[in-house]
Write a protein that binds this ligand. Structure first.
Ligand SMILES: NC(=O)c1ccc[n+]([C@@H]2O[C@H](COP(=O)([O-])OP(=O)(O)OC[C@H]3O[C@@H](n4cnc5c(N)ncnc54)[C@H](O)[C@@H]3O)[C@@H](O)[C@H]2O)c1
Length: 251
C-alpha cells in the first residue's frame, strides 16, 4: 500500500512540538502541503524546518481567529483536504485532589482539548463539503477511553468529550464524503512534560508501565503519526467514527 499525499492540503494543529510536529514531518515528506498551527511561535519555526509550508500562531480557543485562518488557507490553496486536530495535552498541569481544582484549571483543558478541535472542524466542514471529500483526525488519548495515568480530571473528561465528538461528526459528515476518526495514543515521551511524568514514576513505576504494554516499549511520536497517515489516506476511505488506539497493545 502506497500512501501518497502529493499536493494534499493539510492543516495540523499542535504542530509546534511533539506528536503534532512529527505528523507535519511525515505528511510533508510524502508530498503534502502542510499548514502548521499552534500558539507557540518559536516551536512553529521548528515545524517549518520539519516541512510545513506555512505556519500560523493562534490560540485555537479563539473561534473567530480559527475561522479566519481556515478561510485564508482555503482561499490561498483552493480548498482543504485534511485536518489533524492534535493540539491539546495537560498544559503544564499535574494531578490535584478534586477540592483543589480551580475553574481556570478545568476550563483551560477543555479549551485545549475540545474547543479548538470543534472550532477547527467547524471551520473546515464547509470547504470539505463543497469538495465532497475530506479527512478529519482527532488526537485523543487512552485518557479518552479510561482513567488517565496523569490523574487530571479535566484531561480525562475533555478527551472523553473529544472521542464523543469524533463519533458525532463522523455520523454528520459521512454523507458528505468526509471521514472523522481519532487516534488514541498511549504514553509517548514527546516533550519535557511527559519526560517529567516518566521520571516521577521512578524505576519501579517505569518498569510496571512498560510491563503493562504488550510490545514492552513506550511509544515514539512517529508511532502516532503512522496511524494518522493511514487514517487520512485514500486507503482508509471506508473507515469512519473509529477510535484507533496506538499504544503498543496496552488497551
Ligand atoms: N505524549 C503523550 O504521551 C500523549 C498521550 C496521549 C495523548 N496525547 C495527546 O497528543 C496530542 C499531542 O501531544 P504531545 O505530547 O505532542 O503534546 P505537546 O504538549 O508536546 O504539544 C501540544 C501542542 O498543542 C499546542 N496547544 C495546546 N493548546 C493550544 C491552544 N489552545 N491553541 C494553540 N495551540 C495549543 C501546544 O502549544 C503544543 O505545541 C495532545 O492532544 C495530547 O493530549 C499525548
Amino acid at each position: 500500500m502506497i500512501l501518497d499525499f502529493t499536493n494534499r492540503r493539510v492543516a495540523v494543529t499542535g504542530a509546534a512540538q511533539g506528536i503534532g510536529r512529527s505528523i507535519v514531518q511525515c505528511l510533508a515528506a510524502e508530498g503534502a502541503h502542510v499548514w502548521a498551527l499552534d500558539m507557540d511561535e518559536a516551536g512553529l519555526r521548528v515545524a517549518a524546518e520539519a516541512g510545513a509550508k506555512a505556519t500560523r500562531t493562534l490560540d485555537l480557543a479563539d473561534r473567530a481567529a480559527v475561522g479566519r485562518v481556515f478561510d485564508e488557507m482555503a482561499e490561498s490553496l483552493g480548498g482543504i483536504d485534511i485536518l489533524v486536530n492534535c493540539a491539546g495535552g495537560v498544559r503544564g498541569q499535574v494531578a490535584k485532589p478534586i477540592e483543589e481544582v480551580s475553574e481556570q484549571d478545568w476550563l483551560v483543558l477543555f479549551e485545549a482539548n475540545v474547543h479548538g478541535a470543534f472550532w477547527c472542524s467547524q471551520a473546515v466542514a464547509p470547504h470539505m463539503k463543497r469538495q465532497k471529500s475530506g479527512r478529519i483526525v482527532n488526537i485523543s488519548s487512552g485518557a479518552g477511553l479510561r482513567p488517565s495515568l496523569t490523574g487530571i480530571q479535566a484531561y480525562t473528561a475533555s478527551k472523553h468529550a473529544l472521542v464523543g465528538l469524533t463519533k458525532q461528526l463522523s455520523f454528520e459528515l459521512g454523507p458528505h464524503g468526509i471521514t472523522v476518526n481519532s487516534v488514541a495514543p498511549g504514553f509517548v515521551l514527546s516533550n519535557p512534560a511527559t519526560q517529567r511524568q516518566w521520571e516521577s514514576y521512578g524505576p519501579e513505576g517505569q518498569a510496571r508501565l512498560v510491563e503493562s504494554i504488550h510490545t514492552r516499549r513506550l511509544g515514539y511520536p512517529q508511532d502516532i503519526a503512522n496511524a494518522v497517515m493511514f487514517l487520512v489516506s485514500d486507503a482508509a476511505s471506508w473507515i469512519s467514527g473509529q477510535i484507533i488506539s496506538a499504544d503498543g497493545g496496552r488497551s
